[in-house]
Design a binder for this molecule. Structure first.
Ligand code: IMP
Ligand code: MG
Length: 180
């Protein structure tokens, strides 16, 4: 399907998969024998998570959390809402938070703080995309796919108003088309 509002392809699926394999290899090396709890942040990171875990060649466990600091628009509200918590206890665990994109940093800094408060031994952040120019809250990104400029992007799990998550590439969307 062709979307006219997508003005540029930022990363093709081939470029994405190459990068995911590199991150998977890094995590394999760093966590061999530690059985980290891989936490996927719903919904945006689902696609990245599914690809990433298949590139990790050591024991891991999965968990899922749904938190957002966004409404349906493109500007962060600054509020964090947790609509689905982990099903496992993070106490004493090595946790790797897997996120689609870090924008203001609010979501991940809140989540990381929360997991440490609940007794996680270590919390690392793995974000496929990083928009450092938009950062409001300082947060360390331990594993990062690509650093991108301040443009609104969709695809590979990322949405605008719940659309475009299923695209297998990452594209820039024309914000003028988003208004209607
Ligand atoms: P943060 O708390 O501002 O870092 O927000 C991160 C969340 O904002 C991500 O998990 C995305 O859901 C969303 N987000 C930030 N930038 C974009 C974008 O360019 N496209 C789609 N979603 C985005
Ligand atoms: Mg989102």
């Amino acid at each position: 399907m062709v979307y006219n509002e997508i003005t540029k392809i930022l990363f093709t699926n081939e470029q994405i998969q190459k990068k995911v394999a590199q991150i998977g290899a890094q995590i394999t090396n760093d966590y061999r024998g530690q059985k980290p709890l891989m936490v996927c942040t719903l919904k945006g990171a689902v696609t990245f998570f599914a690809d990433l875990v298949r590139q990790i060649d050591t024991d891991v466990e999965f968990d899922f959390v749904a938190a957002s600091s966004y409404g349906n628009g493109t500007v962060s509200s600054g509020e964090l809402r947790v609509s689905k918590d982990l099903s496992s206890n993070p106490r004493g665990r090595v946790v790797i938070l897997v996120e689609d994109i870090i924008d203001t940093g609010r979501t991940l800094s809140h989540l990381k703080e929360n997991l440490l408060y609940r007794g996680a031994k270590e919390v690392k952040i793995c974000a496929f995309l990083n928009k450092p120019s938009r950062r409001v809250v300082d947060v360390e990104v331990d594993y990062c796919g690509f650093v991108i400029p301040d443009e609104f992007i969709v695809g590979y799990g990322l949405d605008y108003a719940e659309r475009y998550r299923n695209l297998d590439y990452i594209g820039v969307i024309d914000t003028n088309c988003l208004k209607d």
